[in-house]
Design a protein. Structure first.
Lengths: 75, 190
């Protein structure tokens, strides 16, 4: 798996990515789209990541990009 | 504005390609070393359509031509925002991305689609990529042209590396998957 932008999140990210990929191949692609077994890991990873994104000032860049993306979708 | 587009076919099923795509930038890919981190920002499944919607942040580190740095400043680390949709019923992966860094100078918008190929849908997958690159710095057309040219050049180099690296990931994914299956089968034996 690839690394996180925040090295302190690598551990939890690795766990989440592994869980997601297993869910994606074994459940999602076989039609079981509703299960949510990786949600807990994702919440933990996101908590860690969000702190880093704020610190690095990426949060505000993302907000701008989301707006642009939305605008072009409605074009 | 300049448009870069490319298309190719992978000799793997859409299911394999769409799964391996999530780890395109793992250590098995030794070509796309400019991608240093891939973070998932959000992920939801639309309960009505079954479409998986994902937002990711991709962090790259690559050498930038000296003249670009001296003109615009900035650093060699850049970020890309990517939104993707997987539609399992029509077997289609769509990924749209845009640059977060340098966005006052350059706008790069890429769309990638993975679909079962027309001729051999059960075992091969078609990859389509299109990027629109626009230099934004006002005024000098010559500089804009130069910025766009350099960007298209870099984009096409990275696209080629990306394809080669992804082939390696696909091959490893298939090998690991079959080994895992073998292990599981042996476990079941009395």
């Amino acid at each position: 798996m690839s690394a996180s932008i925040a090295p302190e999140c690598n551990n939890i990210k690795e766990k989440y990515d592994t869980c997601f990929l297993k869910w994606y191949s074994e459940k999602y692609l076989r039609g079981n789209t509703a299960s949510n077994e990786c949600d807990e890991l994702f919440a933990k990873y996101k908590t860690c990541l969000n702190i880093a994104l704020k610190e690095k000032g990426i949060e505000s860049m993302l907000d701008d990009a989301r707006k642009v993306m939305k605008d072009s979708e409605t074009d | 504005m300049r448009v870069f587009s490319s298309t190719c076919t992978f000799d793997y099923s859409w299911e394999e390609v769409s799964a391996a795509n999530w780890r395109k930038y793992c250590p098995w890919n030794d070509k796309s070393t400019h991608v240093v981190a891939v973070d998932t920002l959000s992920r939801v499944v639309d309960l009505e359509t079954g479409i998986l919607h994902t937002e990711r942040l991709i962090t790259c580190h690559q050498s930038v031509p000296q003249w670009v740095l001296s003109l615009f400043g900035g650093s060699a680390t850049s970020h890309v925002y990517e939104v993707s949709y997987v539609d399992p019923s029509s077997k289609k992966v769509t990924m749209c991305s845009t640059n977060l860094t340098w966005s006052n100078v350059l706008n790069v918008r890429e769309t990638v689609v993975y679909q079962p190929s027309f001729l051999n849908p059960s075992s091969t997958t078609e990859f389509n990529q299109e990027a629109k690159i626009t230099a934004l710095c006002g005024g000098w057309q010559r500089i804009k042209n130069k910025v766009e040219e350099a960007s298209v050049e870099r984009f096409s180099q990275n696209a080629k590396k990306g394809r080669e690296g992804f082939e390696a990931v696909l091959e490893m994914s298939r090998r690991v998957f079959s080994e895992q299956r073998e292990l599981d089968r042996n476990k079941l034996k009395p």
